[in-house]
Design a protein around this ligand. Structure first.
Ligand SMILES: Nc1ncnc2c1ncn2[C@@H]1O[C@H](COP(=O)(O)OP(=O)(O)OP(=O)(O)O)[C@@H](O)[C@H]1O
Ligand SMILES: Nc1ccn([C@@H]2O[C@H](COP(=O)(O)O)[C@@H](O)[C@H]2O)c(=O)n1
Length: 231
């Protein structure tokens, strides 16, 4: 039997496991996974590589000229089976996860015209439904009518340790303090920006996964999906 396709919005704090859960759910139910944070990271990488940062401030008028020309796309890596981010045709998946991008991304994503451009692209990507999208404002702004909304949180220390483990596995020699500081700083900027600040949508389910294993959170999420689909 063909089930009706829905939109699943997974928002929450940085490094809590949103994309891990979202990707796994999308794989199991045959949906498209979209990492909206990767889009803001790609814009930030563009700014860094094209000298649009001047004394830590973005040259907004230059960025505004090009924002709608930036091509941000996702392609599945045939070896890993995982989606990777491309900026203007170039694979930037590793670069956008680096600390130099993490340090600046919340500043770039707070710029109103950047949000406007990214939200329009995200809405177009989810128009046909059958998507799992993770981010900060998916359930509040991008898809306020999403049939299933989840808001994920975990303690900042837990999140920093998870991200540190991941970065160290990739060979980065960043410290726990540096990662924790970045996680807290991004949370603060994301929660306090004027447009679409990070917050739980009233109708989102709250998940604190601080003490959950990957298997437990995956099982919890698929149960929520089945509950909505069977209604
Ligand atoms: N329940 C869990 N227990 C332990 N590690 C976890 C758990 N969930 C996710 N992780 C790990 O935490 C790290 C961060 O997860 P992930 O990238 O999914 O977070 P995120 O919320 O999407 O982060 P960001 O918002 O910064 O993109 C990953 O290395 C992931 O494997
Ligand atoms: N919907 C979103 C998604 C992300 N952001 C901003 O991008 C940063 C990086 O996102 P990650 O999910 O890769 O951590 C995040 O800190 C936000 O500043 C956003 O504003 N809206």
């Amino acid at each position: 039997m063909q089930t009706t396709k829905i939109v699943i919005a997974i928002d929450g704090f940085s490094s809590c496991g949103k994309s891990t859960m979202a990707k796994e759910l999308a794989r199991k139910i045959g949906y498209v996974y979209i990492d909206s944070g990767a889009m803001y990271r790609a814009v930030t990488l563009y700014c860094i590589d094209n000298d649009l940062f001047e004394n830590d401030t973005v040259n907004e008028s230059e960025l505004q000229k090009v924002i709608n020309t930036l091509q941000i796309t996702f392609k599945i890596n045939p070896e890993s089976g995982k989606p990777e981010t491309y900026l203007n045709g170039e694979n930037v998946e590793n670069e956008i996860r680096s600390m130099r991008v993490s340090d600046k991304v919340s500043q770039v994503s707070a710029i109103p015209f950047v949000r406007e451009a990214m939200v329009a692209q995200q809405q177009a990507l989810g128009k046909q439904k059958g998507v799992v999208m993770d981010g900060r404002d998916i359930g509040t702004t991008v898809f306020p009518d999403a049939e299933l909304k989840i808001f994920v949180t975990a303690s900042p220390e837990t999140r920093a340790q998870r991200r540190l483990d991941e970065l160290q596995k990739k060979g980065s020699n960043v410290s726990f303090e540096e990662v924790l500081d970045n996680v807290k700083k991004r949370d603060y900027i994301d929660q306090n920006r004027e447009i679409s600040p990070l917050r739980k949508a009233d109708d989102a389910l709250l998940l604190d996964n601080s003490k959950m294993t990957l298997a437990e959170q995956d099982a919890w999420l698929i149960a929520q999906y089945n509950r909505v689909i069977e209604k």
